[in-house]
Each structure stands twice: as structure tokens, then as C-alpha cells.
Design a protein around this ligand. Structure first.
Ligand code: ATR
Length: 273
């Protein structure tokens, strides 16, 4: 019998996840069906309940339900609990297992697909919302020399740093919170844009010299060039959008559900084409 999965979101009609999972299923000969499900903004819990009743095996969760999925999960993986959000649910007789594959997706795209090592690098993470929280620990696990979190609202960056310090797992990495204006005079090897500024075509107030020579500028958004990507390209940084991350997080979810690791490179290449 065909196993059913879906991505739950609102909006969800533009999600590429069904195409990505269909490509993985063909490649690995897995008999699955992967759908898009639009949940009402106040109806996430009811949607999950009816999916379980209908026999779905799992779901990806996207905007704006990742926190609700976190709260609804009966069990959490360590990386979901670190992220404080869930993007992958597995339905079983024991309840809901919540995982988060976003961070590992970002790290694999940077490290493996773009062949850009994170260890020992100076990393700037811009943003302190859910997207930034989701990737913080996986980046720190790569042991950068330094991680700066910069955010328009400094308090949110400060509280992310405070949480890391309280957990005490990453004492070997220097982790700091900066306001944008404090970035003047600092240069970074890897800059990850985890803000939603690109959605409104807003420019981030980054200083001229923020990219070290041969720096990587990574925008977690995909689909078009954001002002951040344009700014980085014009300053000769290597520029990447979030398509690779999207495919990698999907591959990790697929592996979790099916126990088979799909090849991501051909899927990324076909979406680029
Ligand atoms: P997400 O789940 O996508 O992270 P979020 O939790 O609403 O969404 O966080 C959005 C992030 O983008 C925040 O870091 C936000 O900065 P504030 O904390 O100051 O609100 C950032 N952001 C959004 N629009 C921005 C803009 N025009 N300039 C700078 N930062 C922006």
C-alpha cells in the first residue's frame, strides 16, 4: 500500500516539497505519495488529527506552524528541542515524533554541496527569528572560530546567545550578539541571511567591508535574488540561495521516514535548470 505524507502550511501552494519528495521516491523506488495540505491558521492541530485518522505516515511542517508542531509533539529529537521548532513529524502508534531537519540541511548544503567548510571560519548569522534559531546549533556543531548573531532587534539576538551560554555545549566557540551598526570594521567568511527581509525586498544595513575575501553569502530564501544576495554579488562574495538547503532538509526527512538516503545533487540540479 502506498504510504502518504504531506507538507502542512499556510500558504502552501508554492511549496516545492511535493516535487522534491516525488523525485526522491522515483530515485529510490519508494512507494509514497506526498501532498500539499493547507491548514487553516487556527486549525493545525485538527489537520494533523485528521491526517493521522486518514493513515498518513508523516508530514513536513512549514510557515507558520513549526512552533505549534513543536508543542504538539509527544517526543522530540535533540535537534528539534535545540531548535525549539519542528519541521518534520512522524506519526506512529506511540504518538507524534517531532524532528527538525532545517539546520542539518543548511550545514550539508554549505559544507558538502558548496564545498565550503565551516570549521574555523568567522560566521555571521543575520536574524534572530525561528529560521535563525533552527540553524544555530547545527552551525555551532561545525566548530566555527566565531559566531556573531546580528539582528535588527538586538534583544532577540542577545537572548539567543544567552541560551547557548546557559546550555554550555559550545564553550569552544565565541558567540556574540551585535546590532547592525556594531558590524562596522568586522569581516566574516560565511554570512547567512536568516531574516525575512528578502520577502519585502528590504535591504539589510550591512557595512561595506562585511565580506572577508572569498566569503560565502548564503540566503536561506530561494526563488529569486534578494537585496542581500545582490549586495553580496556586487562585493564579489560567493552567493548561494536556499534551494540546496530546501532539498537537503527534505532528504533528511525522507531518510527519517524511509530509512533510505536519496541523492540530492541531481534534484538540486534539475530545480536550477
Ligand atoms: P522566521 O521564522 O522566518 O525567522 P520571524 O521569527 O518573524 O520569522 O523572524 C524574522 C526575522 O527577520 C527577524 O530576525 C526579523 O528581525 P526583528 O527580530 O528585528 O523583527 C528579521 N527581519 C524581518 N524583516 C527585516 C528587515 N526589513 N530588516 C532587518 N531584519 C528583518
Amino acid at each position: 500500500m502506498t504510504d502518504r505524507y504531506a507538507v502542512i502550511g499556510n500558504p502552501v501552494e508554492h511549496s516545492k516539497s511535493p516535487l522534491i519528495h516525488a523525485a526522491f521516491a522515483r530515485q529510490t523506488a519508494q512507494d509514497i505519495l506526498y501532498e500539499r495540505i493547507l491548514a487553516p491558521l487556527d486549525g493545525f492541530v485538527a489537520t494533523v488529527r485528521s491526517m493521522r485518522e486518514a493513515g498518513f505516515k508523516g508530514a513536513n511542517v512549514t510557515v507558520p506552524f513549526k512552533l505549534e508542531a513543536f508543542r504538539l509533539s509527544d517526543q522530540l529529537t535533540e535537534r528539534a528541542s535545540d531548535a525549539g521548532a519542528v519541521n518534520t513529524l512522524t506519526f506512529s502508534d506511540h504518538g507524534l515524533l517531532g524532528d527538525n531537519t532545517d539546520g542539518v540541511g543548511l550545514v550539508r548544503d554549505i559544507r558538502d554541496n558548496l564545498a565550503f567548510g565551516i570549521a574555523g571560519k568567522r560566521v555571521l548569522l543575520i536574524g534572530a527569528g525561528g529560521a535563525a534559531e533552527g540553524v544555530l546549533h547545527p552551525i555551532l556543531e561545525q566548530q566555527p572560530a566565531l559566531l556573531v548573531i546580528a539582528n535588527r532587534t538586538l534583544d532577540k539576538a542577545l537572548s539567543m546567545v544567552k541560551k547557548v551560554e546557559e546550555q554550555g555545549d559550545f564553550r569552544y566557540v565565541s558567540v556574540n550578539a551585535y546590532a547592525f551598526e556594531d558590524l562596522e570594521g568586522q569581516a566574516f567568511d560565511i554570512i547567512v541571511n536568516a531574516t525575512s527581509a528578502g520577502l519585502t525586498d528590504s535591504q539589510l544595513p550591512l557595512p561595506e567591508g562585511v565580506f572577508a575575501p572569498d566569503a560565502l553569502a548564503y540566503d536561506m530564501m530561494y526563488g529569486r535574488e534578494t537585496p542581500f544576495m545582490k549586495f553580496a554579488r556586487e562585493r564579489h562574495a560567493m552567493v548561494a540561495d536556499g534551494l540546496g538547503m530546501l532539498v537537503e532538509q527534505a532528504a533528511e526527512s525522507f531518510y527519517l521516514w524511509r530509512g533510505v538516503r536519496p541523492q540530492t545533487a541531481p534534484v538540486i540540479a534539475s530545480f536550477r535548470a
